[in-house]
Ligand binder design. Structure first.
Ligand SMILES: NC(=O)c1ccc[n+]([C@@H]2O[C@H](COP(=O)([O-])OP(=O)(O)OC[C@H]3O[C@@H](n4cnc5c(N)ncnc54)[C@H](OP(=O)(O)O)[C@@H]3O)[C@@H](O)[C@H]2O)c1
Length: 428
């Protein structure tokens, strides 16, 4: 029964964005990694329903080409409806800059789909030293999402709002990683690619089946889903009604999917991969389906498999302490890196101001402080900045005071003594 939803518990087995997506006129959406594959089709459907859709690309040539292809597919759209942001998510400065640019153009964002990513060939590192899939899928998007959050919160403040953050994860997390895999997210080394051990299953599969580094990719995709859960907890404690969802899109025949497999494997498995358009439906369901709100407690913060089936995923996904540790480790790593680049104090103070902008009650301010050590550091940064300003402002007076000779007759001759702090008056 195409175009309708067949339910079993919270399951929606058939869902067709063309028929089932609500009207999105007036909404602002952002889709990362939309120059091809799932992201491209996610943009296509969101725009067709009337949303203004920002998409990210790594360079202008790709952005122009993507925009051109979208406009050719749907001549009713305009270029203004499909603006781009240039971002390389491996570089967190690039992610932060793009979010700032977005903030200068828009007052609010209704839908954010974190989609960019993919497995690297081997164990490779970003310029900051983080393992590449962790850098782009998790750390870059962590920074981007947190910077876009004030815009999402603004959208969520309107009475009829339905604001969503969608994180495209993967079932690789529980297919590749053993259930008892002892990852420790308190350790920043994990972000640099140090893993407890190489699971035997992967040792066997890697040379036979995979042509890419599926192990580190799987860890980054687990981080994606853990991030979504923790972000949902943070927002809940701040009573911000944004839904955060993570998902596996299904096996999707995106342009480079064959590179994942050894050449002899792809022809054998390719028939199981769905067309790219269909591959975008799970993201679109998470981003727009009304069902998410109706069965709020079942979906929000959770990981889904296609389409709309809440799935347990990897056991670590249910370890709240680990999700909190991942959040704090990532925050520490990202802010230390940015500080090293000379953005530290200012960025932290800006973060505080941005996060407090829509924090109205003391209880919420309290929970914001409790939820993140960054705010404490931001306050310290603010106080240090204030002290430095005061020092500079009072420096001339201090210098004058030091230069003054105590008890000098010439200085005080014929003067009324009004300065009671001046010890020379008492000539003790
Ligand atoms: N296809 C599947 O079967 C499958 C299964 C599970 C999960 N997923 C997930 O689905 C998402 C989309 O994948 P896809 O299959 O559609 O692959 P795709 O066609 O290769 O698209 C990936 C998109 O992400 C962009 N991207 C990759 N790394 C980036 C970075 N560091 N900075 C900025 N942009 C970056 C790519 O841009 P460039 O063109 O510049 O590289 C491209 O636009 C990924 O997160 C993937 O992990 C896919």
């Amino acid at each position: 029964m195409s175009g309708s939803i067949q339910r079993h518990g919270n399951m929606a087995t058939q869902w067709n964005p063309v028929k089932d997506m609500p009207d999105l006129l007036g909404k602002v959406a952002v889709v990362t990694g939309a120059t091809s594959g799932i992201g491209f089709h996610t943009v296509k459907h969101l725009a067709a329903k009337g949303a203004k859709v920002y998409f990210t690309a790594r360079n202008e040539a790709k952005a122009r080409k993507t925009q051109g292809e979208q406009l050719k597919l749907n001549p009713e759209l305009s270029a203004e409806q499909l603006p781009w942001l240039l971002v390389d998510f491996e570089e967190i400065e690039s992610a932060a800059r793009a979010a700032e640019l977005l903030g200068s153009k828009e007052d609010k964002v209704d839908i954010l789909v974190n989609n960019a990513g993919g497995p690297p060939r081997a164990l490779e590192h970003s310029s900051a030293g983080w393992e590449k899939s962790m850098a782009s899928s998790h750390i870059g998007h962590f920074v981007f999402t947190n910077r876009v959050l004030p815009l999402l919160k603004k959208a969520a403040a309107s009475p009829d709002a339905d604001v969503r953050i969608v994180v495209v994860s993967s079932n690789a997390m529980h297919l590749v990683l053993p259930p008892n895999y002892a990852l420790d997210f308190t350790k920043s080394e994990l972000l640099y690619g140090t893993l407890p051990y190489t699971p035997l299953k992967y040792k066997l599969l890697r040379p036979l089946v995979f042509d890419v580094n599926m192990l580190h990719y799987a860890v980054s995709k687990l981080a994606n889903a853990m991030f979504a859960k923790q972000l949902q907890r943070n927002l809940r404690s701040q009573r911000v009604p944004i839904a955060v969802l993570s998902l596996h899109p299904g096996g999707v025949a995106s342009d480079r999917i064959h590179e994942v497999f050894k050449p002899w494997v792809w022809p054998l498995v390719s028939g199981n991969f769905m067309p790219q358009d269909t591959g975008s439906h799970a993201s679109l369901f998470a981003a727009t389906a009304k069902e998410i709100r109706v069965e709020e407690r079942g979906f929000m913060g959770n990981y889904m498999e296609p389409i709309g089936v809440v799935h347990a995923g990897h056991p670590l996904l249910h370890d709240e302490a680990q999700a909190r540790d991942l959040w704090e480790t990532t925050q520490k790593e990202a802010s230390t890196y940015l500080k090293g680049k000379g953005h530290g104090g200012l960025l932290l103070v800006l973060n505080l101001l941005l996060s407090m902008e829509d924090t109205f009650t003391w209880a919420e301010v309290g929970s914001a402080f409790k939820n993140s050590r960054m705010y404490l550091r931001a306050v310290l940064g603010f106080l240090v900045t204030l002290s430095l300003f005061s020092l500079v402002a009072f420096l001339p007076a201090v210098i004058r005071g030091l230069a003054r000779q105590p008890g000098s007759e010439a200085e005080y001759a014929g003067k009324e003594y009004t300065d009671y702090d001046d010890t020379s008056r008492y000539n003790l």
